[in-house]
Design a protein around this ligand. Structure first.
Ligand code: C5P
Length: 232
């Protein structure tokens, strides 16, 4: 795997999701199932989309005490997803417990990545609300180091931070980057955003795109544009 565009299926139900996926005749994009769809439809939606031939990033961002996260991951590990995640803010022990829970009896497991700081979080929010008194880039790199120490495969981060993570944490440590907009699109609630071309230049491994594809007049054309700009 590597260098792919992941579409965020942020839909409220299965009907809208299938109506969207049916537009992609002959194409099977890598997709992300987040909490909106998963909470509405449960694990069945994951199995059904997998059966349609898509790779799946299950984006539930687990964050709890280590024992609970381990149990949560045990419940997810046989769903057939390709990638899933936790919040790095839960700490190294929690992330190690996530790896343990996700690992199947035969020793295999889906890719496990950690959210560093949400791409909607600005420096101002971190400093004034969360009282984290460091530059956001340093916090992101530290969280990435923690994720690597815990045995994870990579991080979710802003594309603007992907280069620094590859330099400081390791070239093979995956960077999965939401906060992607085509030039001229609205930022919405995202704060640290960039374009697919720029994300490619900086070296993101995967870009995650939601609204710039799902709300486009022609979602398939928007997806093809993102693939062209990011993968080439
Ligand atoms: O619509 P948009 O392209 O902003 O969607 C981005 C997707 O990536 C959403 O599903 C959001 O939950 C997810 N995400 C994010 N920032 C993170 C982790 C995940 O925006 N740090």
């Amino acid at each position: 795997m590597g260098k792919d565009v992941i579409i965020a299926l942020d839909f409220p139900n299965a009907e809208e999701t299938y109506a969207f996926l049916d537009k992609f005749t002959g194409r099977k994009p890598f997709v992300k199932i987040g909490m909106e769809l998963f909470y509405a439809e449960g694990p069945e939606i994951v199995k059904k989309i997998k059966a349609r031939g898509h790779k799946i990033f299950l984006d539930l961002k687990l964050h709890d005490i280590p024992n609970t996260v381990k149990g949560g991951m045990q419940s997810l590990r046989d769903l057939g997803v390709d990638m899933t995640n936790v919040h790095a803010a839960g700490g190294v022990k929690m992330m190690q417990a996530a790896v343990e829970g996700l690992t199947r009896e035969d020793g295999t497991r889906p890719l496990l990545i950690a959210v560093t700081q949400l791409t909607s979080t600005s420096q101002e929010t971190m400093t004034n609300e969360l009282l984290i008194d460091h530059p956001i880039e340093d916090v992101v790199v530290q969280y990435a180091e923690n994720a690597k120490a815990a045995g994870l495969d990579g991080v979710v981060c802003s594309p603007l931070e992907a280069g620094k993570i590859h330099t400081e944490v390791g070239a093979g440590f995956l960077t999965v980057t939401p906060g992607i907009r085509f030039a001229g699109d609205a930022k919405g609630d995202q704060s640290r955003v960039t374009t697919p071309e720029k994300a490619r230049e900086i070296g993101s491994d995967y870009i995650v795109i939601g609204r710039s594809i799902t709300k486009a007049v022609d979602p398939v054309a928007a997806y093809e544009r993102a693939m062209q700009d990011f993968v080439g």
